[in-house]
Design a protein around this ligand. Structure first.
Ligand code: NAD
Length: 429
């Protein structure tokens, strides 16, 4: 049976609230999404028929600013998943101190079954259905699973046509020519890489003897793999929805990426000039990948891939969550017993929303920042968030996930108080 992702996310949140001494009132403020717009998107298919696709936009909480969150196109997306992802966006923005609340969107569709034109009509239909719900000062979508800069460009174009004005700040992660930001494409993977580097510094690691396995070779997974490979880490396994590849001596990430672009398949190849040599590698399943004996495991695809049924089979020493919610709440304690150190999603994958925030700032100011400036500022936000959480883990001897949640919840608690609370009235007596 499919796990109810929102219930699971709230279960973990409540546990952390109690463990870290955050007030029950703060939990209650986050126990329900503020609002969700559910629509059915009629889309003209290439054969002339009309397809109908269920779509969601959940604005979970806007205490800290306009809501922000990606739109995913996936066949398993449902209301509970979208709400859980929106809750995590709320916590993530608070944890890394960007002035946004949390939102998320999704369309239940297998995008691989659509032609490019059908995909464009679907993206535009999503914006038409949500045009009154989103906006640069209200709710700002971005890419997520199976959506990308091109799709964001179509969405922004549709929004501007409806509004009859330029509004680049309505969507982030769009093409550079439309006001996208330098460095947005690689931001999520780079942010995760920066967190791994920060952890390495604290633990005095040398990259050269560290092995890494990455599930999901999309936007987040690929860029992180590329940066780790360049820094000297040995990426021994990668996978996508069709399965994975493993090579004990390490994979050449760039050549795999190039090969995947042309053949759409994962293959271990080393390209030298125009000659590509296939390297000895094993084909593995996504489940095999999660159980590999590696130093760092990076789930970078879907939620709930590690749960109570397979957590005890994980052999990695560290898990860095690029995917949102890859570990179910009841797997946390199993992994803790095995001394697996987890860098939580709301920190590890925050690079994307941080650079989305930079993109939104640039759009509002009519500016264009250099790649160097974006990367420098991203590093600042990521290391600040990591260092604060690290100090909390050391001081209170709590897991990194609890420390990061605590720093998010304290900011949300302050915002609740600033908006006016019960305490305000009772203290006034
Ligand atoms: P993407 O669409 O670019 O890539 C997804 C990857 O996952 C692809 O390689 C796909 O083949 C693989 N995949 C799909 N189903 C799979 C399965 N059943 N088993 C194994 N692999 C599978 O998506 P992305 O943007 O890289 O997002 C990946 C994860 O990172 C998601 O959980 C997303 O919410 C999270 N994330 C993304 C961003 C961002 O800026 N893109 C930011 C924060 C978090």
């Amino acid at each position: 049976m499919k796990t109810d992702l929102l219930q699971d996310a709230l279960h973990r949140l409540h546990h952390i609230v109690k463990e870290t001494g955050i007030s029950e009132a703060t939990y209650q403020a986050l126990a329900h999404p503020s609002r969700t717009l559910i629509s059915s998107l009629p889309v003209r298919m290439d054969d002339g028929s009309t397809g109908y696709f269920k779509a969601y936009r959940c604005q979970y909480n806007d205490l800290l600013g306009p809501t922000k969150g990606g739109v995913r196109f996936h066949q398993q997306t449902d209301q509970s998943e979208v709400a859980a992802l929106a809750l995590w966006m709320t916590l993530k923005c608070a944890a890394v101190n960007v002035p946004f609340g949390g939102a998320k969107g999704g369309v239940t569709v297998d995008p691989k079954l659509l032609s490019a034109m059908e995909l464009e009509r679907l993206a535009r239909a999503y914006v038409r259905a949500n045009a009154d719900f989103i906006g640069p000062e209200q709710d700002i979508p971005a890419p997520d699973v199976y959506t990308n800069a091109r799709i964001m460009g179509w969405m922004m174009d549709e929004y501007e046509k409806i509004e009859r004005r330029k509004a680049p700040g309505v969507i982030t992660g769009k093409p550079l020519i439309f006001g996208g930001s330098e460095g947005r494409e690689s931001a999520t993977g780079r942010g995760a890489f920066l967190v791994i580097e920060a952890l390495a510094e604290k633990l005095d690691w040398q990259p050269f003897n560290k092995t890494v396995a990455i599930q999901g070779f999309g936007n987040g997974g690929y860029h992180c793999a590329r940066l780790l490979h360049h820094a000297g880490y040995k990426v021994v396994a990668v996978s996508d929805s069709k399965g994975g590849i493993y090579s004990k001596q390490g994979l050449d990430i760039e050549s795999i990426y190039q090969e995947k672009q042309t053949s759409k398949a994962l293959k271990a190849v080393y390209c030298d000039g125009s000659v590509c040599e296939t390297v000895e590698h094993k084909v593995i399943t996504n489940q095999d990948l999660l159980e590999l004996d590696v130093d760092i495991l990076i789930p970078a695809a879907l939620s709930n891939v590690i749960d109570e049924n397979n957590a005890d089979k994980v052999n990695a020493r560290y898990i860095v969550e690029i995917a949102n919610g890859p570990i179910s709440s009841n797997a946390d304690s199993i992994l803790a017993e095995k001394n697996v150190y987890v860098v939580p999603d709301i920190l590890a994958n925050a690079g994307g929303v941080i650079v989305s925030y930079f993109e939104w700032c640039q759009n509002r100011q009519g500016e264009k920042w250099s790649l160097e400036k974006v990367q420098e500022k991203l590093a600042c936000y990521m290391t600040n968030a990591f260092d604060t959480a690290w100090l909390t883990t050391q001081k209170h001897k709590i897991p990194l996930r609890e420390a990061v949640y605590k720093q998010a919840l304290l900011r949300i608690e302050s915002a609740i108080e600033a908006h006016g609370t019960q305490n305000y009235f009772t203290n006034g007596d």
